[in-house]
Design a protein around this ligand. Structure first.
Ligand code: NAP
Length: 465
């Protein structure tokens, strides 16, 4: 019997977002005849990945998931090591020396590409980059150009709704959230009056979800504008509305918004357009000046075809929210088409399609950026099930001591953070919110729950103090 069969199984999970934490939790609780010892590594100094750096600040309901993840990490049986970048601070061979198995849970944080003329103009942005900015991700610039009065948001998913909502809200109304100061300062001066969301298919083919849609109408001093000519339903749409309650609810919400008077004379408007396929971002002096669409019609199957009719909208900024894309990881194969690590049920594959013993993937880097956060649990169950099944064939670590990674990071001068460090930063951010409360606004005093620290060095300093 090898040494790894009697000592605890050492597992490294790369990525402390929901996918990584769920995998760690499921592995910890799984029925098994051996001990496990798990390290959760993350490139950010703070845990929670997508929840801290991907969920819109005015979504406290989803932020509630943080409480569940906090409980898991606070039990003390999973070790968090933040500010450690895979491929830079630690290599694959370092990790393989110290752990019997590695699970990659690095998610997807880039924007999917869109290839239409003018997409590279100044004023054309990826939604994921904007999300990173408003969520205070440490590695992006602190300022964001918000000079446009009219803005186009492309896509009909939840990210499009998040981005359009944040762009159209009055900044003061975000002060109750945890937005960083630089984000409030940036949004405060935005001259925006009209945000247009464009879907290329019909109202029954949207990808967003009912709660998120309804939330759009809750913004103060923002009117919703819809266009009756966009409300087209084919046979497939009717069947979908009948069979799918979620679609039915959303179509009802949208049609009710047309029927009810939405024009209250608000100073900002949020327009929802359907059956608009973007074909060109129009430029003037190198900057976005408009956007051209081909009107679409449903083809009976829920898909669309072009009508040959084109329509232009004057806008000064374009945000494409057409999906996320995973990033390649050092020393691993990468599926360039899907933006995932090639895998079979979470077992990482090499270039020949053979499982690389000891390597696993879970979450968006395993299956692509689709599904709500909770769906990641099912993913983790499958990956962990396969890892446990492979238990006896895992290549044993040569240096399985729990101190090994700490010594390696220290020898390389990596200023890693810990769970205790996160608790300090967490308390610090909450204290910043308390100290700034109440903040006087034009609609009265606001209590601030937390103010996020954005600067990486400052995050590390507070955590390691
Ligand atoms: P998504 O749900 O996949 O939506 C992408 C949208 O972009 C679709 O409407 C798609 O239209 C459109 N699109 C794709 N390529 C296009 C193109 N070339 N031109 C025009 N439109 C194009 O992606 P997402 O919004 O990035 O969301 C990713 C995942 O995160 C989803 O599962 C989402 O629910 C989740 N999420 C959830 C929340 C929340 O719960 N509050 C918040 C944010 C994100 P077609 O349908 O026609 O392809």
């Amino acid at each position: 019997m090898s040494d790894s069969a009697v000592r605890p199984l050492r597992v490294a999970i790369i990525g402390a977002g929901p996918a990584g934490v769920y995998a760690a939790d499921i592995l910890t609780k799984a029925e098994r005849e051996f001990e496990v010892s798990i390290d959760l590594l993350d490139a950010y100094p703070a845990p929670y990945g997508l929840i801290r750096y991907g969920v819109a600040p005015d979504h406290p309901r989803i932020k509630g998931i943080v409480n569940a993840l906090h409980k898991v990490l606070d039990r003390g049986d999973i070790r968090f090591l933040g500010n450690v970048t895979y491929g830079r601070d630690v290599t694959l061979s370092d990790i393989r020396d110290m752990y019997d198995a590695v699970i990659f849970a690095t998610g997807a944080i880039k924007d999917a590409d869109m290839n239409i003329p003018g997409i590279g103009l100044e004023g054309s942005y990826g939604a994921a980059d904007f999300v990173s900015w408003y969520d205070g991700q440490p590695d992006v610039p602190r300022t964001w150009p918000l000079e446009a009065k009219e803005i186009a948001v492309l896509g009909n998913g939840n990210v499009a709704l998040d981005v359009a909502r944040v762009l159209s809200k009055h900044a003061e109304d975000l002060l109750v959230t945890e937005i960083p100061e630089n984000v409030f300062e940036g949004l405060k001066d935005s001259p925006v009056t009209d945000v247009h969301i464009f879907g290329r298919r019909g109202p029954a083919q949207v990808k967003f979800t009912p709660l998120e849609l309804r939330e759009l109408s809750h913004s103060r001093d923002v009117d919703i504008v819809l266009y009756p000519e966009d409300f087209e339903f084919d046979e497939a749409s009717d069947a979908l509305i009948k069979s799918n309650n979620q679609v039915k609810t959303m179509v009802n919400t949208l049609t009710n918004w047309i029927v009810e008077e939405q024009d209250t004379g608000a100073s900002r408007r949020l327009h929802l357009h359907f059956l608009h396929n973007p074909v060109e971002v129009i430029g003037e002096d190198g900057k976005v000046a408009g956007i051209k669409f081909e009107r679409q019609e449903l083809d009976g199957t829920g898909n669309v075809r072009g009508t040959g009719e084109f329509v232009d909208y004057p806008v000064q900024a374009v945000y494409r929210a057409i999906g996320y894309f995973g990033s390649e990881l050092a020393e691993l194969e990468f599926d360039e088409k899907r933006g995932v690590i090639p895998n079979a049920g979470g077992r990482v594959l090499d270039g020949k399609g053979t499982h690389v013993p000891g390597l696993y993937a879970t979450g968006w880097i395993k299956r692509g950026p689709v599904g709500l956060i909770g769906h990641t649990k099912g993913d983790a169950l499958e990956t962990i099930g396969n890892l446990l099944e492979d238990r006896m064939e895992l290549p044993p670590a040569v240096n399985p001591s729990e101190d090994a990674i700490i010594e390696l990071l220290q020898s390389r001068g990596v200023e890693f953070t810990t769970w205790e460090g996160w608790k300090k930063l967490d308390a610090h951010e909450i204290a910043l919110g308390t100290a700034a409360s109440p903040t006087e606004t034009s609609v009265g005093p606001v209590e601030r729950t937390r103010i996020k620290v954005v600067d990486r060095d400052e995050m590390v300093k507070i955590s390691r103090d």
